[in-house]
Design a protein around this ligand. Structure first.
Ligand code: NIG
Ligand code: FE
Length: 407
């Protein structure tokens, strides 16, 4: 049902933009426009107007008093694996006993473990579980989201995941984008024949998935032990043939040219980037590709954080997402990602805020719909508990500063 609401006496309205023509990078990555003692008028679920309280319209509609509180756009989570079958908490314990993420994967754990469990689960159950996770993410401030396949690894099961995402898309109050990640790991049955699996992904899965409009983007896990540069090229080209832009997993554990190749091929975003070299930085800086950092994954796996400070210094546009998944980041809490972006990646609260909202909207091509306080954008808004400014979110880390969300 379309709503008309007036938010009044807002202590500070945060993240105001006039237009969303260009992504923020370098100095502008740290620019956040605010207005003290403000109102926001929401009509038909969109931001109809906003301004100082002195100009607040006298209208007879539902009003919310936001004294002492901040109002800001909800976060945009541009990288998640929200549809999955089961917890992999046992792998966390294995890591605590000294095994690495890669060793666990080689022993049949990791992505293949998630795939085996997902294949055994009904579509309805997958949906029910993902729906609960989505509701939880929304409560934590996420107002638009991307979800990947990649735990099916057969035609039927990849399509099953994407159909779950399609139902979530149609029933959820927030925008959702779907990404086909058939090339997430090599399934057991193809262990000795990667080419055959990639043929399946690009010539059988992709045409059917694209034919049914089940995916918006294409992805691949390009990493030692998973897929290499030739595979990256093949998958991006195949996706492009079907009109799917690439958002790719690169440089999580090693750097071997994947960033440059993805940027040269016009990828929308390169995600992870924990391990970076000079060529990687120059390639993103020279392209239109968006760098996406996943600090919750770094925290959970205890691997390096994406050098976000360095990227901003080099005028690379930076987004931040959760990477929510059962193996490397079992959290969708972007408030915690916000805190880690400041304390670990050395971003200012303003830079991190833009990475989680305005820039992340570009990483989902939703910049005209969400990501800032702008007339005409969706009124997916966070109302905080009493706070002085956005720095209170990373400052009071680990504690929930959100009073409510409007979607
Ligand atoms: O983004 N790195 C590849 N894919 C996921 C993790 C997948 C898993 O461990 O289940 C990631 O970290
Ligand atoms: Fe991921």
């Amino acid at each position: 049902m379309a709503t008309t609401i007036l938010l009044k006496n807002i202590k500070q309205l945060v993240g105001i933009t006039e237009n969303s023509n260009s992504i923020k990078k370098g100095k502008s990555q740290g620019e956040v426009h605010t207005l003290n003692n403000a109102f926001v008028w929401i009509k038909n679920d969109k931001i109809a107007s906003f301004g100082p309280m002195t100009e607040c319209p006298e209208v007879n509609i539902t009003t919310h008093d936001c004294s002492e509180k901040l109002v800001m756009p909800m976060y945009v989570d541009s990288h998640t694996h929200m549809v999955f079958a089961a917890s992999r908490a046992d792998e966390m314990t294995m890591r605590l006993h000294g095994k690495t993420y890669q060793q666990i994967a080689e022993a049949g754990g990791g992505i293949l473990n998630s795939a085996a469990k997902l294949r055994a689960m009904s579509e309805q159950q997958l949906y029910d579980d993902a729906h609960i996770r989505l509701e939880n993410a929304i409560k934590q401030g996420t107002g638009s989201i991307e979800m990947k396949s990649g735990y099916g690894l057969t035609i039927e099961d990849e399509m099953k995941m994407l159909r779950v995402i399609r139902v979530l898309k149609s029933l959820s109050p927030i925008p959702i984008k779907a990404t086909f990640l058939g090339a997430h790991a090599l399934p057991e049955a193809f262990k000795k024949n990667k080419a055959a699996y990639l043929y399946l992904v690009t010539n059988e899965m992709l045409p059917r998935i694209a034919g049914e409009g089940l995916a918006d983007y294409i992805d691949i896990f390009c990493e030692s032990g998973y897929f290499d540069l030739d595979d990256l090229k093949l998958v991006i080209e195949a996706g492009n043939k079907y009109g799917l832009k690439a958002k790719v997993h690169v440089n999580q554990f090693s750097s071997f040219g994947a960033v440059k190749m993805a940027c040269d091929m016009g990828a929308l975003s390169v995600d992870h980037l924990e391990v970076m070299n000079e060529q990687d930085y120059s390639a993103i800086a020279a392209s239109k590709t968006i760098a996406t950092a996943l600090p919750l994954c770094s925290m959970f796996l205890d691997i390096p954080y994406t050098p976000g400070r360095e990227m901003i210094n080099r005028s690379i546009p930076l987004a931040i997402a959760s990477d929510f998944n059962p193996g490397s980041s079992p959290s969708s809490n972007l408030n915690l990602a916000f805190a880690l972006a400041c304390s670990q990646m050395k971003l200012t609260p303003q830079e991190a805020f833009n990475a989680l909202t305005y820039n992340a909207a570009f990483a989902l091509e939703l910049e005209n719909e969400v990501g800032s306080i702008e007339i005409g954008k969706r009124a997916n808004l966070i109302i905080t508990k009493p706070a002085n400014g956005i720095e209170d979110i990373p400052y009071w880390f680990g504690d929930n500063q959100i009073a409510s969300v409007l979607v």
